[in-house]
Design a protein around this ligand. Structure first.
Ligand SMILES: Cc1ncc(COP(=O)(O)O)c(C=O)c1O
Length: 483
């Protein structure tokens, strides 16, 4: 299997400019700038109120010392008037900026016309049109769609469908991948055990997790010599399938094509070839969790397109909302879904306005230039941030796929032990410079996840701010506390 090669030097086209034209002016005023200490007084007051009422994990105000006041174009303004370049994009759910006019118009028009309605019982035109559009877009073999509200539910639905269509119990997943917050999937999202699963891991049966390729922190490779991620498949075949689970007990293999929460990790073409081969040989459903990677994030419509993957089940969330209403989807083949009796979705799944907004979002994605813009961001991120690996001892690795970039900070090159104090200091320094990205306590990853339509100047400026924040912190590095 050969990866699909991208055009080498594709610049954002006119249509990308068109896609953001309604917001370009709004973007430039205001340009990012921080004028108070963080948090500013208005944010501090709201954070104190928040801390008094929200549950534990939502009370970490030191990490994000700002409260959103308004969102315009590709910037976030806090309640004190500080403006930040948006490197969150609602964790990928707002891929075209704050309020894409066409998504807004389509959503409101559909809501005026249909109101809230339960698609599972009473269909409407936007529901049918969205299902048709997704099937048209999807890789070969996909013919059916089931509605969902969240990515978590879409993954749960795929697990049910894989089991139903094979009559087998086990789902094979990958250590470090993330699939959602339900009781079952927190067990499968082994990225951050203490911070995420709250001891739920051992409560579910039918999951077998194996390592996923990670070139930087490779469990099966240390020291010199070529890195070869097919070793991970050797381990799966010769150990796991011999000693832990029989291959014909496995219903499906659940996998993110590029691991997002685990830090923008992409396996090799040879790994995919091996995995697809194993799945074919043993009758496993290939379940691609594209909730975060799908619809442009990785510079292709689906990240699986990077390797020409043809899944049995494909899950979408986040980007499908287009920044409008919550919506997600399970896509599958005729064999898996046509005769299924599995109920998916729920009261809010695919209410008509969400479907209409999603269709308008897909129009933006396909209007030309958006995917090229995402690919150009990869080149910019690697160009501006990549050299830090040679320049700054604490920058262990810099990775980027499409409109997604990740830095891993380390205490030293020898041990590559994570450097959380360094990372937190970089995050705070970047915030002071006007860049709001993703840095979570207990996770050694600093990630940038901008809207796909972010203007090249703003993205390049943001990368430069992050690079300067790294240099600033490296000049007087904070002490790392031993765990
Ligand atoms: C790969 C992947 N799958 C599933 C989910 C869960 O989606 P949601 O938060 O919409 O439930 C996420 C969320 O980050 C994700 O990244």
């Amino acid at each position: 299997m050969s990866p699909v090669h991208r055009v080498a030097d594709d610049d954002p086209g006119e249509a990308a400019a068109e896609a953001v034209s309604g917001r370009a002016a709004a973007l430039r005023t205001p340009w990012p700038g921080v004028r108070t200490s963080l948090p500013g007084p208005a944010s501090a007051a709201l954070l104190a109120r928040k801390d008094a009422v929200l549950n534990g994990p939502l009370r970490d105000s030191t990490n994000i010392p700002v409260v959103l006041g308004r969102k315009t174009g590709h910037v976030l303004e806090d309640v004190d008037g500080n403006v930040f370049a948006d490197h969150l994009s609602a964790w990928g759910a707002a891929p075209y900026g704050a309020q894409p006019p066409s998504v807004r118009a389509a959503t409101l028009t559909a809501w005026d016309r249909y109101g809230m309605e339960i698609a599972q019982y009473l269909a409407s035109e936007p529901v049918v049109a969205l299902a048709e559009r997704l099937v048209d877009l999807a890789p070969g073999g996909i013919t059916r769609v089931a509605p969902s509200v969240t990515g978590t539910e879409a993954v749960e639905g795929a697990v049910k469908l894989a089991r139903e269509s094979t009559g087998r119990p086990v789902i094979l997943g990958f250590l470090g991948q993330y699939h959602g917050e339900s009781t079952y999937l927190t067990a499968a999202s082994s990225t951050d055990l203490p911070g995420n699963t709250s001891n739920n891991t051992q409560y579910v049966a039918g999951l077998v997790l194996v390592p996923y390729p990670n070139r930087f922190r490779a469990p099966f490779h240390r020291g010199p010599g070529p890195y070869d991620d097919t070793l991970y498949l050797d381990y799966l075949e010769t150990w796991v399938l011999r000693h832990q689970v029989e291959p014909d007990q496995v219903a499906g293999v659940l996998v993110e094509p590029v691991a997002g929460e685990a830090g923008i990790l992409a396996p090799s073409a040879a790994w995919w070839e091996g995995l697809v081969g194993l799945a074919g040989r043993h009758g496993w459903r290939l379940i691609l969790d594209e909730v975060q990677t799908g619809l442009g994030r990785c510079g292709e419509i689906f990240a699986g397109d990077l390797w020409g993957l043809e899944p049995d089940l494909l899950l979408l969330g986040k980007g499908i909302a287009g920044g409008g209403q919550p919506i997600a989807a399970v896509l599958g083949t005729e064999e898996v879904m046509a005769a299924s009796n599995t109920h998916l979705g729920g009261t809010y799944a695919w209410e008509p306005a969400a479907c209409a907004g999603a269709l308008a979002g897909l129009d933006l994605l396909l209007s030309g230039g958006v995917l090229e813009n995402a690919r150009a961001m990869e080149r910019t991120a690697l160009g501006v941030l990549g050299p830090l690996v040679d320049e700054v001892e604490q920058v262990g690795d810099v990775r980027s796929v499409g409109a997604w970039a990740c830095l891993e900070f380390v205490r030293d090159r020898e041990t590559i032990e994570p450097a959380p104090a360094f990372q937190h200091a970089v995050h705070r320094a970047a915030l002071r410079r006007g860049v709001l990205a993703i840095s979570e306590p207990d996770k050694p990853l600093y990630r940038m996840q901008p809207p796909l339509t972010m203007e090249p100047e703003l993205f390049a400026w943001s990368c430069t701010q992050v690079a300067d924040a790294v240099r600033e912190v490296a000049a007087t590095p904070p002490a790392e506390v031993r765990a």
